[in-house]
Design a protein around this ligand. Structure first.
Ligand code: PMP
Length: 387
């Protein structure tokens, strides 16, 4: 056989395939998961690009350290210490090529073939894909409205060879759900007993437009806690800047080795540029603008769903982030609905790729960050006709 088992067992990104059919400009697409391009601080980034070339010269074009650019690691540590009362130093921060690379590095560092990984069901398909490369056995645990099902989580933790659990506690992709404070505490207490690595991936946490900010589940509490973050949703995804935070020194050393073997280091021009942008601009003010934008879009979508959707169709009401998750009555196929909706020129992502072992599911994901409130209303109206 020409190809590796690992590549043959990994699904290609279903979303990329779907995005191809939704490229037609007459289609109203709720399928993507892209930040709204009007949120990119283009002018400020242009200034930063010029300034770093003028001030730093060749350094911005040279090879650099695997761990990452120190001012950026310092910014990350300071931000989490200030916002969450953590006690992180720049040594606890590894800059990665987007948080997607963090998922790859964690799996590479922890998994042998057949090891087990606890994931949310439904869960982030990019994580499922990244982990699949290392041929694990997935242990999906149901994601309820306020977090993981505790009974199922404990059953999974009791099994052998469980290397880590992967969760998205804030405005999860794909469901938009957020773990409650109580559920976070209960999950933390369980992990404290089982000594398994807990990976909390939080690309959307800063984009909260409703409700109170909540503490992380394990960060600052559990010895084997790993927290992931990214500049993709708040500054630019194209620069590919994410980070891993962990105070588990041994794990950090292995992650650095894994990263060295993958790409030596993250794009240093991007790192200088974003560090300069953060030093010369008011980051929080910028994030506040994105929050206001997404709040309006989310409200428009929810209002239209309330008005047009039939009562048997259920959906989540996110307090932030980019997604709403819809559940059809038992037995209905979201994939069938997708084809019918495309005839009316409206698109979404059928739920299938968000499950490690289920197909033809009755759930689907809607994204609201890339259409105006008027277009959102029209798209939801069309979708309701199909429903
Ligand atoms: N984790 C989650 C939960 C995501 O939704 C995404 C982006 N879709 C990523 C990680 C990857 O983000 P990036 O690599 O751009 O930082």
């Amino acid at each position: 056989m020409r190809y590796s088992d690992r590549i043959l067992s990994t699904p290609s990104s279903f979303i990329r395939d779907i995005l191809k059919v939704t490229q037609d400009p007459s289609v109203i697409s709720f399928a993507g998961g892209l930040p709204n391009p009007i949120s990119f601080p283009e002018e400020a980034l242009k200034e930063s690009a010029c300034r770093i070339i003028d001030n730093e010269g060749g350094k911005v074009f040279q090879y650099s350290t695997t761990e990452g650019h120190l001012p950026l690691r310092q910014f990350v540590a300071d931000k989490y210490n200030k916002n969450f009362g953590l006690n992180i130093t720049p040594e606890d921060v590894l800059i990665t090529t987007g948080s997607q690379q963090a998922l790859d590095l964690i799996a590479k560092t922890l998994l042998n073939k057949g090891d087990r990984v606890i994931i949310e069901e439904p869960g982030y398909l990019g994580a499922i894909q990244a982990f699949c490369m290392f041929e694990p056995e997935f242990l999906p645990v149901t994601l309820e409205d306020d977090g993981l099902d505790l009974k199922k989580l404990e059953e999974a933790l009791k099994k052998e060879r469980v290397k880590f659990a992967y969760v998205v506690p804030n405005f999860q992709n794909p469901t938009g759900l957020t773990y409650s404070k109580e559920r976070r505490e209960a999950v933390c207490a369980l992990f404290d007993r089982y000594d398994t690595v807990l990976v909390e991936d939080d690309p959307y946490g800063e984009l909260r437009f409703k409700g109170e900010k909540l503490p992380y589940i394990g960060a600052g509490k559990l010895p084997h806690s790993v927290l992931l973050g990214t500049f993709s949703k708040t500054v630019t995804p194209g620069m590919r800047l994410g980070f891993i935070i962990t105070q588990d020194k041994e794990l950090m050393n292995h992650l650095v080795t894994a990263k060295q073997s993958s790409d030596l280091h993250t794009n240093i021009f991007s790192q200088y540029m974003i560090a300069d942008y953060l030093a010369h601009n008011e980051y929080q003010k910028h994030v506040d603008k994105i929050i206001a934008l997404y709040k309006g879009q989310a409200e428009a979508m929810l209002a239209a769903m309330k008005e047009y959707f039939p009562a048997h169709v259920k959906y989540t009401e996110p307090e932030g982030g980019m997604f709403i998750w819809v559940t059809l009555p038992e037995g209905q196929s979201a994939l069938d609905l997708f084809h019918k909706a495309m005839e009316k020129k409206v698109a979404f992502v059928p739920g299938d790729p968000f499950y490690a072992g289920k197909t033809n599911v009755n759930t689907f994901r809607l994204n609201y960050t890339n259409s105006t409130p008027e277009t959102i209303r029209e798209g939801i109206k069309r979708l309701a006709e199909v429903l």
